[in-house]
Design a protein around this ligand. Structure first.
Ligand SMILES: Nc1nc2c(c(=O)[nH]1)N[C@H]1C(S)=C(S)[C@@H](COP(=O)(O)OP(=O)(O)OC[C@H]3O[C@@H](n4cnc5c(=O)[nH]c(N)nc54)[C@H](O)[C@@H]3O)O[C@H]1N2
Ligand SMILES: Nc1nc2c(c(=O)[nH]1)N[C@H]1C(S)=C(S)[C@@H](COP(=O)(O)OP(=O)(O)OC[C@H]3O[C@@H](n4cnc5c(=O)[nH]c(N)nc54)[C@H](O)[C@@H]3O)O[C@H]1N2
Ligand SMILES: [Mo]
Length: 710
């Protein structure tokens, strides 16, 4: 960096799958990205970036980046590729697809994407118009928040609910299955400010996470038992006469039925199920009801066991029972994205999906590719972008076996030769955030954030949006959307006429970089003080009428056929985890420890997990185990251990610590199996079973055994 050269500044938006969606400033010199900072003006970013993003300019300049299209020249997975041109790559894809379509039909092709990039133009669903037009299999995307969203929509409807900035007014903050200090860092100052003003912070987490350590009170239920805990709290609120009867009478539906259901969940019964003492359950109920405003920040991890959805419905019932919604900063925060005036139907074109097109869920990738699902026609071509399933999806050994199929034509667009990209037949080099224009929504606050193109992509990297333009041309589609520029697409997907857009236009973004959608001032806002829930009854629905299970990810507009059809329990409740001694005694004899695999502090899912300085900050793949459990297995702190079940195994270094209770082990997510001690990572052992609502994953519902590696 030369201090004498003039610098140019551009507005940036962090593209990652993170609630914070930071507003950034790119600084360039002579067309080179030299610095990326947090935008100081932005009320949530406040100038600071997290450990992952703080050297984002260097990430762009990483010498391992893919710079040219590649074609496989050795066996699948061997990492042997030769450089080809874009023209060759696109015409090969076109030729292979035409062959596949002629023989098997377009549904033998499946796109596969997730939130490697959240942008409206460059991200997860940017390919949907193209693939829907082509008539491919629809890939249902339920990696994250689909279970919690289904529960949320059933109970309170599509409301953005409490503004994260309103948390400063709360007097009792409950962070339930969310490790904010690692995963939602820019919300943390609002929590600290509330604490400074006298609020109590309670963290409910299955182990003593960084955030649990910072809490005034850590409540530690057994993984997947939160439904019982929440029902116990409901029981105790009723038992102690703490119900806000006026709020309940006016703004909720089904209280009598909920009360009857909760009567089974006495604190003593719940103690036996969850491991949380009856006394603590009563105390929590009392404090939550009386220390108003009380608010709950729901983490995504709550959904990750068989009863996740039902648990979330129970948790979402709590604020209405005690009237927390009456106050500024009281109620619930899940994902404010429901309030965003985005035209998802335009962005994803579900209207182009032909009726009857099959849907394959992204958590079942291994089963789909290996033939276990008996798909007809089988998947003959997979097009992967913005996701790294070999690290992130469950049952990864099955996925790898599928990706090795000689008759599968796999294309992966990527920044790096990831654990997934190495199995590709064609690799396409992707532009990074500073290299392409985009518009970012958020699932952690109410700001839309604009990302300007600050520099040209290196080598022959192309933004994702270019893929659809090139492939549309190759496949002969001339719909206007495939000819629009990135600037036009940024503008296209926003409902500018929505009153929440405050009458602004794209020029505003070019001047300011971000805009808080108009949901009212955080210091006075009480969206549901008088009910007005966007549910069929307009009330909080404890009791449902005739509800069917459905998939309600943030991206539900991307696919149709979302009704899975099976009836939903009319009331919230407790569904025990699938893998416990009670529910699966045979399995529990072989594997005795419940593993949870939360996010790594210094990685963003699997991004950055290939960068040595980030691995240094995060530590090598570790396995946290209690002193008692370690002792029973002759494992000492620092020993290499193997974690296994019948689905697979991986190795890590034991961290013997009483941060985890007996019976639970913790191994964080994101490590690349190719860089780990053994060719494995935590998703080798996770099950691809869905949780009860919204076809959510069950990453917190897996039994494993741990043994020392000699
Ligand atoms: N640093 C970092 N930040 C991230 C990400 C990342 O990879 N790294 N990923 C981003 C993404 S995609 C997401 S979805 C969010 C997720 O952010 P969070 O919602 O915070 O998700 P996790 O870290 O997976 O889990 C949160 C906490 O839930 C606990 N937990 C797990 N199972 C249970 C359970 O059954 N009951 C209870 N009570 N607690 C449980 C875990 O121990 C963990 O401390 O983070 C985003 N931010
Ligand atoms: N065991 C376990 N598994 C989990 C979870 C867990 O808690 N535990 N969490 C689940 C959750 S919540 C989520 S959200 C998923 C996340 O799963 P993924 O979305 O697959 O996560 P990432 O590792 O972020 O993968 C993104 C990939 O996209 C690439 N990428 C980024 N930007 C672009 C781009 O613009 N273009 C292209 N072509 N590629 C790009 C990155 O290099 C990276 O390899 O993982 C799920 N898996
Ligand atoms: Mo996620």
């Amino acid at each position: 960096m030369n201090e004498l050269l003039p610098r140019e500044k551009f507005f940036g938006a962090c593209p990652h799958d993170c609630p914070d969606t930071c507003a950034m400033i790119y600084e360039t010199q002579q067309g080179r990205l030299v610095e990326v900072r947090g935008n100081k003006e932005h009320p949530m970013t406040r100038g600071g970036l997290c450990v992952k993003l703080k050297d984002f300019a260097d990430h762009h300049a990483n010498p391992d980046r893919l710079l040219y299209p590649l074609k496989r020249s050795g066996p699948k997975g061997s990492k042997e590729f030769k450089r080809i041109s874009w023209d060759e790559a696109i015409s090969e894809i076109g030729a292979r697809w035409r062959e596949i379509i002629a023989e098997h039909g377009a549904q033998a092709i499946m796109p596969y994407s997730y939130l490697g990039n959240m942008g409206l133009v460059q991200g997860i669903n940017s390919g949907d118009p193209f693939f829907n037009r082509l008539g491919t299999t629809v890939n249902e995307k339920t990696f994250c928040a689909s279970g919690s969203s289904t529960a949320w929509l059933l109970t309170v409807g599509p409301t953005g609910a409490v503004d994260p900035e309103s948390f400063v007014h709360a007097k009792y903050i409950v962070i339930w299955a969310c490790n904010s200090i690692s995963t939602n860092l820019h919300h943390w100052p609002f929590v600290l400010e509330a604490q400074r003003r006298g609020a109590k912070l309670v963290v409910i987490d299955a182990y003593r996470s960084r955030t649990a350590k910072a809490a005034d009170w850590h409540i530690c239920p057994k993984p997947g038992t939160d439904g019982a805990l929440a029902m116990g709290v409901i029981n105790s609120i009723v038992e102690q006469g703490l119900v806000d009867q006026d709020y309940v009478d006016n703004y909720t539906h089904g209280f009598a039925e909920l009360k009857a259901r909760a009567s089974e969940f006495t604190p003593e019964y719940v103690e036996r199920t969850t491991g949380v003492s009856a006394e603590d359950i009563r105390k929590f109920a009392r404090e939550f009801a009386t220390a108003q405003p009380s608010v709950i920040r729901l983490g995504v991890a709550l959904e990750r066991s068989a009863g996740g959805g039902q648990a979330i419905r129970a948790v979402c019932s709590l604020p209405a029972l005690v009237g927390s919604w009456r106050y500024v900063g009281g109620g619930l925060l899940q994902m404010p994205l429901w309030d965003f005036p985005i035209d998802w139907a335009k962005a994803a074109r579900p209207d182009w999906i032909k009726p009857g097109t099959r849907v394959v869920n992204n958590l079942r990738l291994g089963a789909a590719l290996t033939g276990e699902m008996k798909l007809d026609p089988p998947i003959k071509s997979l097009f992967v972008f913005c996701t790294n399933p070999v690290s992130q999806a469950p049952e990864t050994n099955k996925i790898v076996a599928g990706l090795k199929r000689e008759d599968l034509f796999t294309v992966v667009a990527e920044h790096f030769l990831t654990d997934t990209a190495r199995y590709a037949d064609i690799v396409l080099p992707a532009a990074m955030a500073g290299e392409a224009e985009d518009m970012m929504w958020s699932w952690g606050h109410f700001y839309l954030t604009y990302n300007q193109k600050a520099v040209e992509p290196p080598g022959e990297c192309k933004p994702t949006s270019d893929l659809w333009r090139l492939l549309a041309k190759e496949m002969g589609f001339d719909d206007p959307v495939f000819k629009m520029t990135d600037s036009e697409l940024c503008a296209e997907y926003i409902n500018w006429d929505d009153p929440k857009m405050g009458g602004i236009d794209m020029e505003y973004f070019k001047k300011h970089g971000y805009f808080k959608i108009d949901v009212g001032p955080a210091d006075t806002r009480t969206p549901h003080a008088e009910g007005k829930f966007p549910t069929p009854s307009g009330k909080v629905e404890f009791l449902l009428h005739d509800a069917k299970n459905f998939v309600a990810g943030p991206f539900r507009a991307m696919y149709e056929g979302e009704q899975s059809g099976e009836p939903v329990d009319p009331l919230p409740g407790y569904v025990p985890p699938r893998e416990t001694p009670e529910t699966n005694p045979a399995r529990a004899k072989l594997y005795t420890l419940n593993i949870i695999s939360p996010k790594s502090h210094a990685f963003l899912n699997s991004c950055y997990a290939n960068e040595p300085h980030k691995i240094k900050a995060q530590g090598d793949q570790f396995v946290m185990i209690s002193p008692g459990d370690a002792d029973r297995r002759s494992v000492r702190d620092g020993d290499p251990v193997r974690v296994y079940n019948d689905r697979g195994d991986f190795e890590g270094v034991a961290r013997v610590t009483d941060d985890v209770p007996d019976g639970v082990v913790v191994a964080t997510l994101g490590y690349w199996r190719s860089l780990n001690r053994s060719d494995g990572s935590v998703n080798c052992i996770s099950s691809d079973a869905w949780s009860g609502l919204g076809r959510a994953p069950t990453f917190s519902d897996n039994l494993v055994e741990v043994q020392r590696v000699n």
